[in-house]
Structures are given as C-alpha cells and as structure tokens.
Write a new protein. Structure first.
Length: 505
C-alpha cells in the first residue's frame, strides 16, 4: 500500500474513533435525559393530573418547574423573620434539658445556655426563634413557646430592618402564637393547604437555626397526622426529614409552590440537634387558630364533654367491635353536650358528621374544628349496635403519695394487685372527684399481668367486667370469680381522667 493509501486508512480510523466517541456521548445524553425525566416525573405528574375538588391531587408547582428549589427559596425567605425575646428570669437557668422531644428555641451563643443582659438590674433571659409573616400589614405567626411570658420582642427581617413586636394572642394547646409589627407592604408567604400533602412530597424548612438567618433545608414529608407524643394538647403534626435545629421554632415549612403548609415546632433528638425527625403544625390546624387569635385574641373551640381513649384489639373484642377503631368513651361530663345528647360511658364513637372516627385524636380534631352552636350527627357502637345521636357543640371552657400495702393473694388476671377502700383524704391526694367510688390500687407486682396491661399504683378501680366495685369486699368477690378466666375488662380513674384496660393472662 502506498503512502497516500496509508494516510487514507489512518484518516478513516480517526473518523471512526470520533464517530464512536460521539455515539457514546449521544448515548450518555440519552441516558441522562431519561434520568432527569425520571427525577422530574413526580412534579410533571401533577400537571397531568389537575387537582380534584376533594383536594387529594396536588396543583402544578410552577416555582419548581421554572427555577427549581432556588426560586422557591428566593420567594419565601424574605418573609421568614428572626424573633429575639427577653424576659425576666425568676431563677438562674442551667440550660434546656436534652429530652428526646425537643422544641427549637435557641439561646444565643451556641452553648444552649441563656445569656444575661449586662445592664439588667435583675437576671434576664434572652432567646431567639423564627416567625413567618403571613400578611403584608405585619401579622407574624410563630410558636407559643418562643414568645410566651416575654417582656420584649424584636423582629428582624432578612433585609436587616428591625421592628418591636407585640403579642396578639397565644394558644398553648397548639403551641402557636401571633405577633404584630407596625409596617406595611411586607413580603409574606401565602397559606397553603396542608391536607393536600402526600407522604414523599418535597418540602423546604426555612428558619434561623443557631442564629444562622434565612437557612433553607430540603426534605420530604415523612409522615402525616403524627400525634400522641405529648408535645401539645392538640397534635396532628407533619413529620419531615428536612434538617431543622434549635432556633427553627416558628419557622416555615413550605411546599413546592412556595406556600406555607406548616410551622416548625419540635424535633425528636437524643442529642439536642437534628436527627432526621422534625415536626410541624399543619396549616389546616394553624390557619383557624391564626384567624381566631387575630379576630378575638383567643381561640374558640368546640366542646363535646367526653373522656376518650383508643380502642385496642382487646378492647374491640370486649366491646363487640369488628375492628380496633374509634374513640371509647370513658366518662361523660354532667350537663355537657354529650350528656344532653345521651352519650354513655362505654359507647364507642365511630362516626362524626359522616366521617369515620379512626382514633381519639381524629375525634378531638373534628370536635374542636366544629363551629360552636352547630348540631352534629354522631354514630356510636353500643352493645354491638349502631346508635345515632345529635349533640349541639358548645364553646370549650378550659377547665401523691399513696400508703404502702402488702399484696393480697389473688389468682388469675389480678395476681399481684393490692387494693384498699377509697376515702375522701386519699381521693383528694390523688386528684379524684368526690363522685368517684372504688378501690385504690396500692401495689402492682412488676411483671404481673395487671402491670403489663397498664394498671398502676394510685389508679382507682370502679368496675370489673361491667360490675361495680365500691369497696375491697366488692373487689374480692368479683376477683374470686375470675381465678380461672383469661382476661378481665376494668374501668379505672387516674387523676382527672378515666379509661378502660384489658388484663389478659
């Protein structure tokens, strides 16, 4: 082969090499396009499925599609403020305890300890949290624990403007508060519908952790409807893994449309810092509280007048229920709407205004959200039959040591349980109402069937298997017939409350 021929072959080989490279690059672009398409798919699906009237579908997230999370952050951060407070300290504080469930109030300085104002004549506590401007005329939503019992409030906007704040209203039951600053044309975050959130959906948390203003973190909705954790009286939290830390209290949780869907309130932490589990009060709970505080300075809630507890599988069997669902009525307040409508202790409320009652927290939310004065339809299970009742919801008015005894010899479910008659002095010590009769649990052997069921020292047993227990003699008589039985249903009073327990062997 001549020189020209070899050059042609070499040129051909080079051409094939570049064709191969371009082909691989094209394939990379194609694969990359598929991956990006997959990444965007959850958001694109919203456009293909417009929201229904029920609110179960999510609307198109324009800010994410236009510029990603950066546009969302740019939209909402100007409306998330830093709240600095100062209050008189009764005694010097050693700093917050690191309980598993932490709220996000932050003491400046990074140590977690309160800072004393140098010129104060008496000890002063100073702390910082976050807040969300929700109206252009200066209404700011935050947490109750950020601003309760304070002497001074200073609100600092991200643009460095500072305003003194005044408390409009507090609601410890939801840990929410509204403060007001005197300004106009302020940036604010629009309310979103937290009831349309879905587990796995992206959310952003915005606040001032550790004094680091306008911090934005990304996560997903980890769970919805979290409750029963003892953080607040009314719990229906959004759980998220968006990083939130001390100082985030009162900050915003926003969706991919830049709308407010929650107020960051607490974290689960064994260290005091972020561990991937945070909780926010949803706007479906926060917005009515906000509206009521702005209008009246207080929160008006519906009131039914019953004590309730969850239905366990054992209780479902005892109360002839198909499944462990509903709210078991443990006591009815005399003269309350429940009493006037005919609700009885032992009823299981399974339906409220046509909606299922899943558990006590569900019922609680339904009642407090009902307009005062409305007559509602309530369905209860009573001795295996459905009964419909129509109470009128009224406004809610917010309303020790025990001597040792040797355990009595019992067999069956009450083995290891010692009791004595309830008298007036003991009832007062235990916080039990005068109308309650029964026997006081003096001792429960650790590891016994009763202890495993939840019976504790200081409980007052009023019924066993629906039979009244008014004295030690009644207790001994009823228990003597239970020696060979495998379970017993007991009704107890514990402080101001009451509940059913099932003791099983």
């Amino acid at each position: 082969m001549g020189k020209n021929g070899r050059e042609l072959v070499q040129q051909f080989d080079v051409l094939k090499y570049w064709q191969k490279c371009l082909g691989l690059a094209g394939m990379g672009i194609l694969v990359g396009g598929l991956l990006l398409g997959s990444w965007n798919m959850p958001f694109q699906s919203h456009a293909a499925n417009p929201p229904s009237s029920s609110g179960s579908q999510l609307a198109d997230p324009p800010y994410f599609q236009q510029g990603g999370f950066a546009d969302i952050a740019k939209k909402v951060t100007p409306a998330v403020v830093n709240i600095t407070v100062r209050k008189q300290a009764a005694v010097p504080m050693s700093g917050p305890q690191l309980n598993p469930m932490e709220k996000f109030f932050e003491w400046p300085g990074g140590s977690g300890l309160p800072r004393q104002h140098p010129n104060a004549p008496a000890p002063q506590e100073q702390g910082a949290g976050s807040g969300v401007i929700v109206s252009a005329d200066g209404y700011v939503l935050t947490n109750n624990h950020v601003v309760e019992d304070v002497k001074e409030i200073l609100v600092t906007l991200p643009d460095k403007r500072e305003f003194p704040g005044t408390v409009v209203g507090l609601d410890p039951q939801t840990d929410l508060a509204v403060i007001k600053i005197e300004a106009t044309d302020l940036p604010f975050i629009q309310w979103g519908d937290s009831s349309s959130l879905q587990v796995g959906e992206y959310v952003l948390a915005v606040g001032n952790p550790f004094g680091l203003n306008s911090t934005v973190t990304l996560g997903i909705v980890s769970a919805l409807g979290r409750g029963g954790m003892g953080i607040t009286q009314y719990e229906d939290f959004i759980q998220t893994d968006a990083a939130i830390n001390p100082g985030n209290s009162g900050g915003a949780l926003v969706n991919t449309r830049g709308e407010l869907v929650g107020i960051n309130t607490a974290i689960f932490s064994r260290t005091g810092g972020y561990q991937g589990i945070g909780f926010a009060v949803p706007t479906k709970l926060a917005h009515p509280v906000y509206a009521s505080l702005v209008k009246t300075g207080a929160v008006v809630r519906g009131f039914l007048g019953v004590g309730i507890q969850a239905v366990t599988p054992d209780l479902a069997n005892s109360f002839q229920l198909d499944k462990a669902q509903g709210a078991l009525v443990t006591n009815v307040m005399p003269g309350s709407p429940a009493d006037q409508a005919g609700i009885q202790r032992g009823d299981v409320i399974v339906e409220y205004e046509g909606q299922p009652v899943i558990d006590p927290r569900t019922l609680q939310g339904q009642v407090v959200g009902t307009v005062v004065g409305n007559t509602i339809s309530l369905v209860v299970m009573r001795e295996g039959k459905k009964v419909t009742l129509r109470p009128v919801i009224r406004e809610q008015n917010e309303p020790t040591q025990v001597a040792h005894a040797n355990p009595m010899k019992h067999d069956g479910p009450f083995a290891g349980v010692a009791v004595r008659d309830l008298d007036g002095r003991m009832a007062q010590q235990l916080g039990i109402g005068e109308e309650v009769s029964g026997v006081v649990v003096m001792e429960v052997t650790p590891g016994s069937y009763a202890e495993r069921a939840g019976l504790a020292q200081g409980d007052v047993i009023s019924e066993i298997n629906r039979k009244p227990v008014r004295s030690e003699r009644d207790f001994a008589q009823v228990v003597s017939h239970l020696a060979k039985q495998k379970e017993a249903l007991i009704y107890i009073h514990r402080g101001k409350g009451a509940l059913y327990l099932t003791v099983k062997i």
